[in-house]
Design a protein around this ligand. Sequence first.
Ligand SMILES: [Zn+2]
Length: 83
Amino acid sequence: MDVSKNMWKLVMLRLMSTITFRFCSDCSQALYNDPEKQTLHADGSVTTRITLCPECVEQNIRANDAAGQIARRRYAVKKDNEK
Ligand SMILES: [Zn+2]
């Protein structure tokens, strides 16, 4: 998989404008222990930084690909039923 061309899928919004990440135990532990994972800005906004290992990158891209395909299929069926 060409990760550089598929990275956008990591932040692809799902239903209800959510973003979901799956973490292996190493990435989960690294996120938990990272003291710089969140930055609070003066205006009250927050930046969250997440680091994923190469395996988690591929797993999350594939999961979002599958979720996108299911959503597109459901949308197509719904459109067909409206005819
Ligand atoms: Zn990982």
